[in-house]
Design a protein around this ligand. Structure first.
Ligand code: ATP
Ligand code: MG
Length: 422
């Protein structure tokens, strides 16, 4: 199936809004075994939208557009596509009724322009919008005048707001896709998430041993993020499952404890899950991460059961007063040091009555580095009943990246304590 995606919106081209719809839609499709062959972004400009859609229709089985279905003057997609296909627009009574009810519910006066959103090109299927006014539209272009031999295509128009588009995609577009383009071959995909090793080192470890499977049809991919490398193992056809299983076995054997999750789980979710399962709690003492570890843990539902407390002890006084770090430790070794990290973790654990105390202290920069402790140096410690482990890491990046990398390393320190075996 040849699929193309066209995102419309000048804000995307001005760098004002990140094109998260591309990311999300491509990911949804890829997980189902459909590849997007091409993606384009165009401004809210009728002729440009029309030209892009025409070009995509000339070679695609499915064209998806996003944005420009709303009621304002820069919302041009519906009109210009109806014109391109030579289909007259007529109001859809059901959609109009739904929009009117929505305004009554919200106790707002409905502007005349809102009615535009109920206009539907002849023959189009309406994709209900449960989270906003403008519905999506699915149009079967058969015959397709822009494609060789008039081969038919589907054209799907979706609204721009992500919170409206996502449920519509799941409820309406995926079923359409599965019925119109049933996959002819089996597709299997496994994603293993690792942390603690850079992308090229991960590749160095596994690429050689997987080479034979790659020749057999394994699709091997890597995706590097901050403090995290995803290994993607995919295959199609009758032997897909066998190939992916075998590859997974090899990767697990080689990377072992570096793998923290299979699939979508985040590191914080894995940590919260393990703490919950073991009935353990954690207290945090954060300096340079400024509460990011607490933020990440509290993004996970159920964090309240396992997170006792998170202290952002940025100043030396806070480290002494709130955690009981000794003044002499601070003056002898400096705030960014192994002994201070150790006392911070122990203090957090003791004062909050948690099973684990986790601490981070480091130099984010741009100032404050020295020869022995250059910018990017960070110490982290994990205290539990048995004792305290301290690690030193080096993340010479910008402040935000530094903070995320440090939070990742600290969470992983806890993960490895909780889950000692792969
Ligand atoms: P509306 O009825 O809100 O006007 P619409 O279908 O006309 O919906 P747009 O006007 O193009 O859609 O975009 C609406 C909102 O959705 C904007 O705030 C925009 O920033 C956001 N948005 C649009 N496209 C994308 C995208 N590709 N990625 C992320 N956000 C997007
Ligand atoms: Mg709009």
């Amino acid at each position: 199936v040849h699929i193309e995606l066209i995102n419309t919106g000048r804000e995307l081209l001005l760098g004002r809004v990140l094109n998260t719809l591309q990311l999300w839609i491509c990911r949804q499709l890829a997980d189902l075994g459909y590849d997007v062959n091409r993606q384009a972004c165009v401004a809210d400009d009728g002729p440009q939208i029309q030209a892009a859609v025409r070009e995509s229709l000339s070679r695609s089985d499915l064209v998806i557009t996003t944005g420009g279905l709303g009621p304002t003057s820069d919302d041009l997609t519906r009109d210009w596509i109806a014109r391109l296909l030579g289909r007259p627009l007529a109001p859809d009574p059901e959609t109009l009724g739904r929009i009117e009810r929505l305004f009554i519910q919200r106790r707002r006066v409905m502007p005349a322009s809102a009615k535009i959103q109920a206009m539907v090109p002849a023959g189009a299927r309406v994709l209900r919008n449960d989270h906003g006014t403008a519905p999506g539209l699915a149009i079967e272009v058969r015959p397709n005048p822009f494609r060789a031999e008039g081969r038919p295509s589907w054209l799907v128009l979706l609204p721009g707001p992500p919170r409206e588009l996502r449920p519509m995609f799941t409820q309406s577009v995926i079923p359409l896709l599965l019925s119109e383009f049933p996959s002819t071959e089996k597709f299997v995909c496994c994603i293993l998430k690792t942390t603690g090793l850079g992308e090229s080192l991960v590749e160095e470890k596994i690429a050689g041993p997987l080479q034979k499977l790659v020749q057999d049809g394994l699709d091997l991919g890597y995706c590097a993020r901050i403090g995290e490398v995803e290994v993607r193992l995919g295959a199609r056809g009758g032997r897909a499952e066998k190939i992916v299983n075998e590859a997974e076995g090899i990767v697990r054997g080689l990377l072992g404890r570096l793998i923290f999750a299979a699939g979508d789980s985040s590191l914080e979710a894995v940590v919260v899950g393990a703490l919950t399962e073991q009935g353990k709690t954690v207290a945090l003492a954060e300096s340079c991460t400024g509460g990011l570890i607490a933020h990440r843990l509290t993004n996970v539902p159920g964090a309240s059961v396992v997170l006792k407390c998170g202290l952002v002890t940025y100043s030396n006084e806070a480290k002494t007063d709130l955690l009981g770090v000794q003044a002499i430790t601070l003056s002898q070794h400096g705030a960014v040091s192994e002994p201070v990290a150790r006392e911070m973790a122990q203090g957090a654990r003791r004062r909050c009555g948690a099973d684990y105390g986790l601490s981070v202290t480091g130099i984010a920069g741009p100032g404050g580095g020295s020869e022995g402790k250059p910018i990017g140096t960070v110490f982290m410690a994990l205290a539990d009943e048995a004792g305290t482990t301290v690690e030193r890491h080096f993340n010479p990046y910008d402040r935000e990246t530094f903070k995320f990398a440090a939070s990742q390393q600290a969470l992983d320190l806890l993960r490895r304590a909780l889950l000692p075996f792969p």
